[in-house]
Design a protein around this ligand. Structure first.
Ligand code: NAD
Length: 308
C-alpha cells in the first residue's frame, strides 16, 4: 500500500508514519511544521512533503496518488480562541484534501476527529450522541464530521472513517507544549523532583489512550475499509490521582500530589468513551492499560529525565 500521512511531524502522525513503514508500506508524510517537529521523524525513511494543506496547489502534484490517506494534520490547541484560523486549518484543509481524493488521487481516507465533539455530554460517550462542542477546536471537528458524511453520500465508493480519539499520550507529544497530555505534564514536574500539581482533589478522570493503540486503530480502520464515525477509546477511567500513582511506580519516585483550586468554572471533569462500535466494525480494542502505556512511554527515559 502507498499511504499519505498528514500531520506527519506531530504526535500521532509521526508514530503512524514509523509503524506503517515498519509494516512494509510506502509512506509519504506531509506537514507544515507549525507545531510538530522533524525530531519526531528521525528514523522514518519515507518522503516528507513540507506544505500547508490549506495552500492546496503547493502539495497536490508533489504527493502523487496513494491508496489511503491518514489525515492527522490539524490545529490541536483547544485554548485557541481565534475562530477563523482554527476553522481554516481544520475544516478548509480537510475539504481541500477530500477534493483531491475525489479527483482520483486516493481510494480511501481515515481522518482524525475528536472526543471533543461530545463536550460534557452523557457518559460513556457514544457516537450517536448530539454534538456539544465547548470550543472552536471541538466545533471544527463537528463540522469535519458533517463534511465527511456529505462526502460519503456523494462518493459512495470511497470509504471515509472519522476516528474520535479520546485523550492520547505517548512519545512525540513534547512539541505540543501546553496541549500535551496531562500524563506528560505531570511526568515533567515529577522528573524535576517537584510534587505534581493538580486541581482539588484529583478525582477528575479521562479515558487516556496510548498512541500505539491509536496507530493500531488507524491501521484496522484502513484494512477493514471502515465508514462512519468511531470512538477510539479504552472505555476505562483513570483519575489524575491514579496517573500520579502510576508515574511514581514507573519513575521510582514517591511524590504526593499538591492540590489547588480549579479556577475554571467550565472545566471538563470527565471523559469516557464507549469503544463498542470500533470493536464491532473493525475489531479494535485498546491493548494498553494506562499503567502499561506509561511504562512503555517512560521506561527508556528514566535516566535521561526527559520523556520524548
Ligand atoms: N492528541 C490527542 O489527544 C487528540 C485527541 C483527539 C483528536 N486528536 C486529533 O488527532 C490529530 C493529530 O493530533 P496530534 O495530537 O498528533 O497533534 P499534533 O499537534 O502533535 O500534530 C498535528 C500536526 O499537524 C501539523 N499541521 C497543522 N496544520 C497543518 C496544515 N494546515 N497543513 C499541514 N500540516 C499541519 C502540525 O505541524 C503538527 O505536526 C489532530 O487532528 C487532532 O485534532 C488528537
Amino acid at each position: 500500500m502507498r499511504a499519505l500521512v498528514t500531520g506527519a511531524a506531530g504526535l500521532i502522525g509521526s508514530n503512524l508514519c514509523v509503524e506503517l513503514e515498519r509494516r512494509g508500506h510506502e509512506v509519504v508524510g506531509l506537514d507544515n511544521f507549525s507545531h510538530g517537529s522533524f525530531a519526531n521523524l528521525v528514523g522514518f525513511g519515507g518522503d516528507v512533503v513540507s506544505a500547508d494543506l490549506v495552500d492546496a496547489p503547493s502539495w497536490q502534484d508533489t504527493v502523487g496518488p496513494v491508496d489511503v490517506v491518514f489525515h492527522q494534520a490539524a490545529l490541536t490547541d483547544t485554548t485557541v480562541m481565534d475562530e477563523l484560523p482554527m476553522m481554516q486549518a481544520n475544516v478548509e484543509a480537510f475539504r481541500k484534501l477530500l477534493k483531491w481524493v475525489a479527483a482520483g488521487r486516493a481510494r480511501q481516507i481515515v481522518y482524525a476527529s475528536s472526543a471533543g465533539v461530545y463536550g460534557d455530554g452523557p457518559l460513556p460517550m457514544r457516537e450517536d450522541a448530539a454534538p456539544r462542542p465547548k470550543n472552536v477546536y471541538a466545533y471544527s471537528k463537528v463540522v469535519m464530521d458533517k463534511v465527511a458524511q456529505d462526502f460519503s453520500l456523494a462518493h459512495p465508493r470511497i470509504p471515509v472513517a472519522g476516528l474520535r480519539y479520546f485523550n492520547v499520550y505517548g512519545p512525540g507529544e513534547r512539541f505540543k507544549g501546553k496541549s500535551a497530555s496531562m500524563i506528560w505534564q505531570l511526568a515533567q514536574q515529577m522528573l524535576q523532583g517537584r510534587r505534581p500539581r493538580i486541581f482539588e482533589f484529583g478525582e477528575q478522570y479521562r479515558d487516556f489512550i496510548y498512541v500505539k493503540d491509536v496507530v493500531e486503530a488507524n491501521c484496522l480502520a484502513a484494512i477493514k475499509k471502515a465508514r462512519g464515525a468511531f470512538n477510539v477509546a479504552t472505555g476505562r477511567k483513570t483519575t489524575f490521582n491514579e496517573i500520579i500513582a502510576h508515574l511514581n511506580a514507573a519513575l521510582g519516585t514517591n511524590l504526593e500530589p499538591e492540590y489547588f483550586k480549579n479556577p475554571y468554572a467550565f472545566y471538563q471533569n470527565e471523559t469516557l468513551g464507549d469503544p463498542a462500535k470500533a470493536g464491532k466494525e473493525f475489531g479494535f480494542t485498546a491493548r494498553f492499560t494506562t499503567l502499561q502505556g506509561i511504562e512503555d512511554y517512560l521506561g527508556g527515559f528514566k535516566k535521561a529525565k526527559v520523556p520524548a
